[in-house]
Every structure is written in structure tokens, then in C-alpha cells.
Design a protein around this ligand. Sequence first.
Ligand SMILES: *Cc1c(COP(=O)(O)O)cnc(C)c1O
Length: 414
Amino acid sequence: MDSTDSIYEQVGAARIINAGGTKTRLGGPRMRAAAADAIREAATECAHVSTLQAAASDQLQALTGAEAGHVTSGASAALTLATAACICGADYGRMAALPNSTDGPFEVIIPRTLRNTYDHAFRAAGATIVDVGHCDFSLGQETSNVEPWELADAITEHTVAIGYIPNPIADISLETVVDIAHDHDVPVIVDGAGNLPPTANLIRYVDTGADLVAFSGGKAIRGPQGTGLLIGRAELIESAARQHLDMAINRTVWQPESGRALPDRPPGVPRHGIGRGFKVSREEIVGLLVALEEFVEEDDAAVQAEWYERLESIETRIADHPAVEATISPDPPVDPAAAAYRGEVLPSLSVRLTDPSISETAVIRALQAADPPIYVNTRAIEERAFAISPIALTDAEATVVADTLLGILQDHAS
Ligand SMILES: *Cc1c(COP(=O)(O)O)cnc(C)c1O
């Protein structure tokens, strides 16, 4: 072990350059220094986790306008806890039975076009997903993917929630979904995990009437990568908290957290809930809160300008190379104050290989084999392109990415 090595090398893994963005697989972006400092400090003292979560709830209320909030181990865990809260409410018997949930309502309705790999997060709580709509619009039809009446029709006595992701492909607005759900006394769970910035989205979904909203703490908030947020209605947050927190306590001395709604005289202490395995440490709670405070103070336009400059520095270095075509999008930048989605605020640099003798796979593999390894977004690989995200890069790393790419193109030129 050499102490001049990075901490990752000291434990036997490579430090990488993350040009792929907020991806969990790539470890996400850099944590804010203030959050890392707070974690170091929190590690040296003890705190009661329930009290800390209650304090976090107050802060989240102040920052987002939601009635309450809870720190989770990522947005995916927040979706599982949200689903558990919608299935169980204040019913300790149902909490204890999860993920077995068939002795009461257990269905979550999700528009078909929004189904994705995080379905698992809903199902992990014991829910069954009910699909509505089609992919008509996406297939070029003139109809929409989900008609409001279809969503209303799908709600039955088995329904516990409607799941929604605010995304351009949704094809039905959150306003409409909330109206339909609330007409039927059903809550709406929003997966806003990847929708920051714009910072305004922290407030927007609750403002629109969503009952529970999940965000990632380790994406643009740049808190601990393994954290997330659940914000929303107080009694649902309290249900989520009771299914998440450690409940191994004598009932004669248990005090539910102050300020949290659920029956005044609970029937006792619930058992450890479905969320017990999604533990969040006291250091992580503190780290996320400090990161979030800094995030909400940030000027979206200034951060966006930094991202564009970083990508332009790469574009300028590689633009003249005949084997590639580099384009930054969106171009021109979208005003963050008017933006609804992260993709409008966070730009990326697409690098397309135009020389047929150079394989895109070979270039991506060579980047991954570089020292340090460089990881890019490979989503457009079928179009012989890859993308570079600025969010996890330093300016110095951006230069390394450009120069390494030029070296690889040189090596692969026929
Ligand atoms: C990233 C992401 C998640 C998962 O978030 P974690 O904080 O990594 O658990 C869920 N849904 C969407 C849409 C995401 O982009």
C-alpha cells in the first residue's frame, strides 16, 4: 500500500474518471466538501436516529414546503418505503406482514410508458403493479399513450397508489394524475430521483399535489451517494418512518417522534418493518442535510454555465479531429428557470465516430482501459456515439478525457 495512491487504490480498486454522469454504477458525482466535513464530524459523536430523522423532517419541510420528510438509503428505497406507507397507513398488522400484502389493497397503478427498472422498488414492498395505457404515441399513432379515463377506470378497491415519473414521455401531466387520484382518495407517488436540477423541482411536485416524492441524495444534490429523500404528507411519512427505523425498543419507554402524525395513542411499538434493511447512518443523514442546504442555495444558471464551459473545453480539443463529430446539447442552453427536466439544464457532449474504420466499442473499451479508467455514457452506442456528462468531472479531468480520446483515435486510425 502506497500512501500517495488514491484511497481507492489503497484498498485495491482503481480511481476512475466519471464522464458518465450521476450513475450509481460509476459511483455518482463528487460529494460536496461541506457534506464530507459534516460526515467526519458526525462520525465522532453519537445521536439518536429517530430524533435525527425528526429534525431532518423539520428541515425538509422548511426547504421543500412538504408537510414532512425522511432521509432514505437512495430514491429507490424511498419508493419502497413510500409504497409500504401507502399499503399500510397506520395499520401495524399490515406493516408486520409485508411483503405479504394480499389481505388488503396492494396494487400500484403506473402508466405503461413510465414502467422502468425501478418497478422493483414498488414491488419490493409487496405491491403488484397494474399497467395502464399503451405505447401508441411512441409508435407514431396520433392517439396519446394514456387517456385520463383509462387511469380513472383502472382504480379499484385494490388500489393503494398511482406511481408517476415526471418525464417528457409521460404523455399525461402530473396535474391530471393528481386530480384523478384524489377524486378517488388514492395517493400519488412521484419518482423524481433524477429530476434535479432544476432546483425548483424539489418543491414543484409536492406543490402540484403529489402525496409522496422520492429524490436521490447522491445525484445533483451531491450528498452521500447512498442517500435519498422522501417528502410528502405527514401521516404517510410517519408510516414510512415506522417501517424504516429500528423498532427494537421496550413499549413502556417508546416515544413516537414529536410533530409526526399517526394516531395519538398508537397500539404499541410496531415491529421492525420492511425498510429495516435500508438503514441510513447518522453520518449520512447529516451529510445529506448539509449537501441539500448548499444545493438549494445554488444558482442553477451559474452551475449550468460551469457545465457548458467544461464540455466546451473538451469539444474545442477534439472538434478538428476528422474521425469524430462532437455536439453539445441542448444548444442553446435552456433557461433553468423555465426548465422542467434535468436533461434541459444538464448538457452533454455527444461524440459520434464518423470514420468507419474505427469501432465505437473499441474506443469505449480503450477509454475504460486507460489509466485512470474513463467511463462515458454509452446509451447512443447503436448510433456509433457516446456521451460525456460534465457533472462528475473536474476541469482537469475534462482535459484528460479529451487528450486520452485523441490518443486512442490516433492508435486506432488505419
Ligand atoms: C437514479 C434513479 C433512481 C434511483 O435512485 P437511487 O438514489 O440511486 O436509489 C430511481 N428512479 C429514477 C428515475 C432514477 O433516475
